[in-house]
Design a protein around this ligand. Structure first.
Ligand code: BEZ
Length: 213
Protein backbone atom coordinates (compact mmCIF):
# COMPACT_ATOMS: atom_id res chain seq x y z
CA UNK A 1 0.00 0.00 0.00
CA UNK A 2 1.14 3.54 -0.66
CA UNK A 3 0.36 6.17 1.90
CA UNK A 4 0.05 9.81 0.98
CA UNK A 5 -0.22 13.10 2.83
CA UNK A 6 -3.63 13.50 4.42
CA UNK A 7 -4.32 9.75 4.57
CA UNK A 8 -5.34 8.18 7.83
CA UNK A 9 -2.25 6.39 9.18
CA UNK A 10 -2.93 2.65 9.20
CA UNK A 11 -3.35 1.10 12.64
CA UNK A 12 -1.56 -2.17 13.47
CA UNK A 13 -0.44 -4.55 16.17
CA UNK A 14 3.13 -5.79 16.05
CA UNK A 15 5.92 -7.04 18.32
CA UNK A 16 8.58 -4.58 19.41
CA UNK A 17 11.59 -4.25 21.66
CA UNK A 18 9.14 -3.13 24.39
CA UNK A 19 6.51 -5.84 23.85
CA UNK A 20 3.41 -5.91 21.70
CA UNK A 21 2.48 -2.50 20.27
CA UNK A 22 -1.06 -1.51 19.38
CA UNK A 23 -0.13 1.55 17.34
CA UNK A 24 -3.14 3.78 18.03
CA UNK A 25 -3.01 2.97 21.74
CA UNK A 26 0.70 3.73 21.74
CA UNK A 27 0.08 7.12 20.09
CA UNK A 28 -2.88 8.09 22.26
CA UNK A 29 -3.58 11.80 21.70
CA UNK A 30 0.04 12.60 20.79
CA UNK A 31 1.81 13.27 17.54
CA UNK A 32 3.83 10.34 16.23
CA UNK A 33 7.03 9.75 14.31
CA UNK A 34 7.22 6.29 12.77
CA UNK A 35 10.58 5.69 11.09
CA UNK A 36 12.04 2.69 9.34
CA UNK A 37 15.70 1.77 8.96
CA UNK A 38 17.32 -0.82 6.70
CA UNK A 39 18.75 -3.13 9.35
CA UNK A 40 19.98 -3.49 12.93
CA UNK A 41 23.72 -3.42 13.64
CA UNK A 42 24.43 -0.94 10.83
CA UNK A 43 26.46 2.22 11.42
CA UNK A 44 24.21 5.00 10.12
CA UNK A 45 21.12 3.55 11.81
CA UNK A 46 23.04 3.29 15.08
CA UNK A 47 23.71 7.03 15.02
CA UNK A 48 20.13 7.84 13.98
CA UNK A 49 18.54 5.91 16.81
CA UNK A 50 21.04 7.27 19.31
CA UNK A 51 20.33 10.84 18.23
CA UNK A 52 16.57 10.25 18.40
CA UNK A 53 16.92 8.98 21.97
CA UNK A 54 18.76 12.20 22.88
CA UNK A 55 15.83 14.26 21.57
CA UNK A 56 13.50 12.80 24.23
CA UNK A 57 12.89 16.16 25.95
CA UNK A 58 12.37 17.95 22.62
CA UNK A 59 9.78 15.36 21.59
CA UNK A 60 8.08 15.55 25.00
CA UNK A 61 7.85 19.36 24.76
CA UNK A 62 5.97 18.99 21.48
CA UNK A 63 3.80 16.03 22.53
CA UNK A 64 5.50 13.63 20.12
CA UNK A 65 6.13 9.89 20.47
CA UNK A 66 8.84 8.22 18.39
CA UNK A 67 8.80 4.61 17.24
CA UNK A 68 11.34 2.89 14.96
CA UNK A 69 10.97 -0.16 12.73
CA UNK A 70 12.97 -2.70 10.81
CA UNK A 71 12.40 -6.25 9.63
CA UNK A 72 14.79 -7.64 12.27
CA UNK A 73 13.41 -9.59 15.22
CA UNK A 74 12.95 -8.57 18.85
CA UNK A 75 16.09 -10.37 20.03
CA UNK A 76 18.18 -8.56 17.42
CA UNK A 77 16.66 -5.19 18.41
CA UNK A 78 17.37 -5.82 22.08
CA UNK A 79 21.00 -6.71 21.47
CA UNK A 80 21.49 -3.74 19.16
CA UNK A 81 19.90 -1.33 21.65
CA UNK A 82 22.72 -2.19 24.08
CA UNK A 83 25.23 -1.23 21.38
CA UNK A 84 23.39 2.02 20.65
CA UNK A 85 23.32 2.93 24.34
CA UNK A 86 27.01 2.16 24.70
CA UNK A 87 28.31 3.81 21.54
CA UNK A 88 25.99 6.82 21.37
CA UNK A 89 26.13 7.58 25.10
CA UNK A 90 22.38 7.49 25.55
CA UNK A 91 19.48 5.22 26.51
CA UNK A 92 17.07 4.21 23.78
CA UNK A 93 13.74 5.34 25.20
CA UNK A 94 11.31 4.35 22.43
CA UNK A 95 10.23 1.00 20.97
CA UNK A 96 11.65 -0.55 17.82
CA UNK A 97 9.04 -2.57 15.93
CA UNK A 98 10.15 -6.06 14.94
CA UNK A 99 8.46 -6.30 11.55
CA UNK A 100 9.65 -9.80 10.66
CA UNK A 101 6.57 -10.54 8.60
CA UNK A 102 6.69 -7.04 6.99
CA UNK A 103 3.10 -6.38 7.94
CA UNK A 104 3.72 -2.76 8.95
CA UNK A 105 6.31 -2.16 6.22
CA UNK A 106 3.79 -3.13 3.60
CA UNK A 107 1.03 -1.03 5.16
CA UNK A 108 3.29 2.03 5.09
CA UNK A 109 5.21 1.34 1.87
CA UNK A 110 8.57 1.00 3.63
CA UNK A 111 9.82 -1.69 1.23
CA UNK A 112 10.94 -0.29 -2.12
CA UNK A 113 11.69 -3.42 -4.16
CA UNK A 114 13.98 -1.64 -6.61
CA UNK A 115 16.13 -0.45 -3.70
CA UNK A 116 15.98 -3.75 -1.78
CA UNK A 117 13.66 -6.74 -2.08
CA UNK A 118 13.93 -7.53 1.61
CA UNK A 119 15.05 -4.51 3.64
CA UNK A 120 13.05 -1.48 4.66
CA UNK A 121 14.17 1.87 3.28
CA UNK A 122 15.08 4.86 5.45
CA UNK A 123 11.60 6.42 5.65
CA UNK A 124 9.87 8.60 8.22
CA UNK A 125 6.23 9.50 8.66
CA UNK A 126 4.81 12.23 10.91
CA UNK A 127 1.30 11.49 12.17
CA UNK A 128 -0.87 14.10 13.87
CA UNK A 129 -3.24 13.55 16.84
CA UNK A 130 -6.12 12.92 14.38
CA UNK A 131 -4.01 10.04 12.96
CA UNK A 132 -3.51 11.89 9.69
CA UNK A 133 -0.22 11.52 7.80
CA UNK A 134 1.45 14.96 7.67
CA UNK A 135 4.97 14.27 6.36
CA UNK A 136 6.58 11.40 4.46
CA UNK A 137 10.30 11.35 3.68
CA UNK A 138 12.54 8.63 2.30
CA UNK A 139 16.32 8.89 2.36
CA UNK A 140 18.92 6.69 0.70
CA UNK A 141 20.47 4.01 2.91
CA UNK A 142 23.80 5.85 2.76
CA UNK A 143 22.43 9.12 4.19
CA UNK A 144 21.37 9.52 7.81
CA UNK A 145 18.33 11.68 8.42
CA UNK A 146 18.45 15.13 10.02
CA UNK A 147 16.24 14.78 13.09
CA UNK A 148 16.52 18.50 13.85
CA UNK A 149 14.68 18.99 10.56
CA UNK A 150 11.94 16.68 11.82
CA UNK A 151 11.54 18.86 14.92
CA UNK A 152 11.43 21.92 12.66
CA UNK A 153 8.62 20.38 10.58
CA UNK A 154 6.67 19.52 13.72
CA UNK A 155 7.06 23.11 14.95
CA UNK A 156 5.81 24.33 11.58
CA UNK A 157 2.84 21.93 11.54
CA UNK A 158 1.83 22.76 15.10
CA UNK A 159 2.04 26.49 14.36
CA UNK A 160 0.28 26.45 10.99
CA UNK A 161 -2.51 24.21 12.31
CA UNK A 162 -3.42 27.02 14.71
CA UNK A 163 -2.79 30.20 12.75
CA UNK A 164 -3.43 31.24 9.16
CA UNK A 165 0.25 31.24 8.32
CA UNK A 166 2.85 29.13 6.55
CA UNK A 167 6.58 28.92 7.22
CA UNK A 168 9.09 30.05 4.59
CA UNK A 169 12.27 28.36 3.39
CA UNK A 170 14.66 27.39 6.18
CA UNK A 171 12.32 28.89 8.78
CA UNK A 172 13.27 28.35 12.39
CA UNK A 173 11.11 28.74 15.48
CA UNK A 174 10.80 32.45 16.36
CA UNK A 175 11.40 33.80 12.86
CA UNK A 176 8.86 35.65 10.71
CA UNK A 177 6.23 33.60 8.90
CA UNK A 178 4.08 34.25 5.83
CA UNK A 179 0.36 34.99 5.86
CA UNK A 180 -1.68 32.54 3.80
CA UNK A 181 -2.74 34.13 0.49
CA UNK A 182 -6.47 33.43 1.05
CA UNK A 183 -6.73 36.16 3.70
CA UNK A 184 -7.29 39.43 1.90
CA UNK A 185 -9.73 41.36 4.07
CA UNK A 186 -7.95 44.22 5.90
CA UNK A 187 -10.11 43.92 9.03
CA UNK A 188 -9.39 40.20 9.27
CA UNK A 189 -5.67 40.80 8.73
CA UNK A 190 -5.67 43.33 11.55
CA UNK A 191 -7.52 41.02 13.87
CA UNK A 192 -5.41 37.95 13.12
CA UNK A 193 -2.07 39.71 12.96
CA UNK A 194 -2.12 42.55 15.50
CA UNK A 195 1.67 42.92 15.26
CA UNK A 196 1.22 43.99 11.65
CA UNK A 197 2.77 42.66 8.48
CA UNK A 198 5.05 43.63 5.62
CA UNK A 199 3.74 43.12 2.10
CA UNK A 200 6.83 42.43 -0.04
CA UNK A 201 4.37 41.52 -2.82
CA UNK A 202 0.59 41.23 -2.50
CA UNK A 203 1.03 37.44 -2.23
CA UNK A 204 4.15 37.55 -0.02
CA UNK A 205 3.32 39.05 3.35
CA UNK A 206 5.60 38.55 6.33
CA UNK A 207 4.47 38.78 9.93
CA UNK A 208 6.10 38.00 13.27
CA UNK A 209 5.41 34.46 14.49
CA UNK A 210 1.93 34.93 16.01
CA UNK A 211 2.38 32.74 19.10
CA UNK A 212 5.58 34.49 20.28
CA UNK A 213 5.80 37.62 22.48
C1 BEZ B 1 23.63 2.00 7.81
O1 BEZ B 1 22.67 2.22 8.54
O2 BEZ B 1 24.75 2.28 8.15
C2 BEZ B 1 23.44 1.42 6.45
C3 BEZ B 1 22.39 0.57 6.21
C4 BEZ B 1 22.24 0.02 4.95
C5 BEZ B 1 23.14 0.35 3.96
C6 BEZ B 1 24.18 1.23 4.20
C7 BEZ B 1 24.33 1.77 5.47
Amino acid sequence: MTIRLGDVAPDFEQDSSEGKIHFYEFLGEDWGILFSHPADYTPVCTTELGYTAKLKDEFAKRGVKAIALSVDDVESHQGWIQDINETQDTTVNFPIIADKDRKVSELYGFIHPNASETLTVRSLVIIDPNKKVRLIITYPASTGRNFNEILRVIDSLQLTDNYKVATPANWQEGEDVVIVPSIKDEAELKERFPKGYTAVKPYLRLTPQPNKD
